[in-house]
Each structure stands twice: as C-alpha cells, then as structure tokens.
Ligand binder design. Structure first.
Ligand code: 4AZ
Length: 336
C-alpha cells in the first residue's frame, strides 16, 4: 500500500488520460447518494478549465464556505503538485457555488480575491492541510456553515457525518458529474493510528487530523473530493485530506480536523466567522393548549409572545443530513 501524500496528482493525470467517466450518470464520493447543492450550499467546487479541462466545469477539488467570502479547502489542493504552478498562475481558478451538476452553468463561478495556503502544511505527513480562499463577491448569507470549535461534541467517536464531493465514486477515475454525499462515522483516533502508523505509510496525527469512515468499507471520500466538507451535527468538522485507497475495509479516510485550524482560518479570513447565537429567539411556534406529540418539554418553551405575524430573527437554515443508508454496501475500491 502506498500512502497518498499527494492525493490529487492521480486526479490530474487521470483527468488528462481518461476520456471521461465510464458512466454518464450522476456519481460522486464512494457509496454515496445524489444531493442537491441547494441542500448543501456550503459545498463548493474548485475549478480551472485551463488545468483540468472543460468537462465537469474544470472541477479538481472541493471546499466549504465558512463565511460569505471565506472558503476553506485543503492546502494540497493548491500545491504545485496539483496545479502545476503557483495558485496565482492559475488565472481561471474559480470557486463554483450553487451548482449541483458540473455539466451545467447553474449557480456562479467566483474568482478568488486572495489565497492563503497554510505555510505549516507538511506534504510528507499531510499535517496542517488547510487553505483559505477569500472571495470578492459574497455568497448569500444562508450558504456558509459554522466551523466546529475545540471541544465540539460532534468529534465524539460514533457521531454520524456526511462527506460531500464530486470526486471518484469507485476508486478508478470515475468522477462524478453531480454532487454526492456519503454517510460515515467519526472513528476513534486509535483506529487510524493503527492503520497509519508511519514508516511506509503516512502518519495519523490526531491533534490535527480526524479519522472517519465505516470499518467494513464501501463509503468514503476519494480522489477529487479533497478539500471538501465533512459535516456532523450541522457543523463543519473536517476537510477531505488523505487515506489509503478509497472505501477499503479497515482503511478509514483522514480529514483535516477543523477545530484544530479554526483559529488559523479566522486569522486569514476577511470577515468575522463566529456566528453568535440568536438573541431572544421567538419560539418556532406558540405553545399549543394541548401539546402535540413531538412538542418540546414545556419547561424549555419560553412564555408565549403575543401571536403576531412572524417577526423573529431568521432561523438558521436546516443543514442537509445524509440519509441513513443500509450498512454492508460492497466495498468497490480497488485493492491497495
Ligand atoms: C484524494 O486523492 C483522496 N479515501 C482523498 C481522500 C481519500 C483518498 C484519496 C480517502 O484526494
């Protein structure tokens, strides 16, 4: 098995050599399901038609909106290895928002205003795999997702998470046209330490990385998903970073641990990324005289306000959840 220290090189090479996806259907991430960009508006594609060809809008990596002008992605996505030069040399580098199907012109293609690649990124170990792209045009305010902070309960092993992307769906260069999401779980750090102990393999470093997947294999991020979001409990917990193969049993995906880099991202963002809790929220619905079956316990329901047309602050949008899928999908990944 080889460590994927430069995971996207394969993507670039395959994009040049392969005539295109084997199947023309809507695929992305391994073991996933189709998702509309409208339900995951924070999931963006990084693209350059010059470097990666006009098919699929030139997509080569993913990213996540954490502010109206702030995109986080993987540092390795913007490496010389992947881009063949400095990001500033890629004149048609774009962040694509609001586009489910890369064969369409849906949504918009936003040019970066500035790019910060973590100088602490170590291409040998993949530690610190994060970069910030600042957009000159803000996206709608309901697009961004909050970053998980240190101590976030979503990092508890066993937490269900969704990984989103337009990447390889099998592990053979079959890139997706449509956005897809795969349901995985946050795993114990020990799981990835055992699988990625260093030596011939890359080293799993729990302080800056997150281990997620399904141990039986079959669901995972893959080539082309790099930099894209791993979302749990409505927060961004990880960015697709590396792993050995795709969706192989006992070989979980490794993600940049967002809580470990959130402060760094804030430092290199042009906006305040903290979203304070809504003050004095109106209850979603006035308490009914007879509580409906799913009503919250009365103790947490504030006193009823005068019943008027809704004037409360806008509620945050419900984040897309990856639907539960039956376990035991066949691991389609190729042998390492
Ligand atoms: C890649 O090459 C890549 N299975 C991303 C994630 C994983 C493997 C490879 C994890 O971009």
């Amino acid at each position: 098995m080889r460590a994927l220290s430069y995971p996207l090189v394969g993507t670039a090479v395959l994009a040049l050599l392969a005539p295109g996806p084997v199947r023309g259907d809507d695929r992305g991430v391994v073991g996933g399901q189709a998702v509309s960009s409208a339900d995951a508006p924070w999931a963006v594609a990084l693209a350059s038609r010059d470097r990666f060809g006009p098919m699929r809008s030139g997509q080569f990596c993913g990213g996540a909106l954490v502010g109206r002008t702030t995109v986080v992605t993987a540092a390795h996505c913007l490496s010389r290895e992947v881009l063949g030069g400095d990001p500033s040399d890629v004149k048609d580098l774009r962040v694509i928002v609001g586009r489910t199907d890369l064969r369409t012109r849906q949504g918009s293609e936003l040019p970066p205003k500035s790019i910060w690649v973590n100088p602490g990124f170590d291409p040998e170990t993949n530690a610190g795999d994060v970069a910030v792209i600042t957009l000159s045009t803000p996206v709608p305010e309901n697009y961004p997702i909050a970053m998980a902070q240190p101590g976030d309960g979503a990092y508890a092993p066993g937490t269900s998470a969704g990984v989103y992307g337009w990447g390889d769906t099998i592990g053979n260069g079959n890139y997706a046209d449509g956005l897809r999401a795969s349901q995985v779980f946050v795993l114990e750090d020990e799981q990835c330490r055992r699988v990625y102990p260093g030596g011939q393999e890359a080293v799993y470093q729990p302080s800056s990385m997150l281990c997620a997947g399904v141990l039986q294999g079959g669901r995972d991020a893959c080539q082309g998903d790099s930099g894209g979001p791993l979302v749990a409990e409505g927060r961004l917990v990880g960015l697709v970073s590396w792993g050995s193969g795709c969706a192989l049993p006992q070989h979980p995906g490794v993600y940049t641990r967002i809580s470990a880099v959130a402060a760094l991202v804030q430092q290199h963002s042009a906006e305040n990324l903290s979203r304070p809790p809504v003050v004095n929220p109106q209850p979603a619905a006035p308490p009914a005289a007879v509580a409906p079956p799913q009503a919250p316990p009365p103790a947490v329901v504030p006193p009823a306000p005068p019943q008027t047309a809704a004037q409360g602050p806008p509620q945050p949008p419900a984040q897309a959840q990856v639907a539960q899928q039956p376990q035991g999908a066949q691991p389609p990944g190729k042998a390492p």
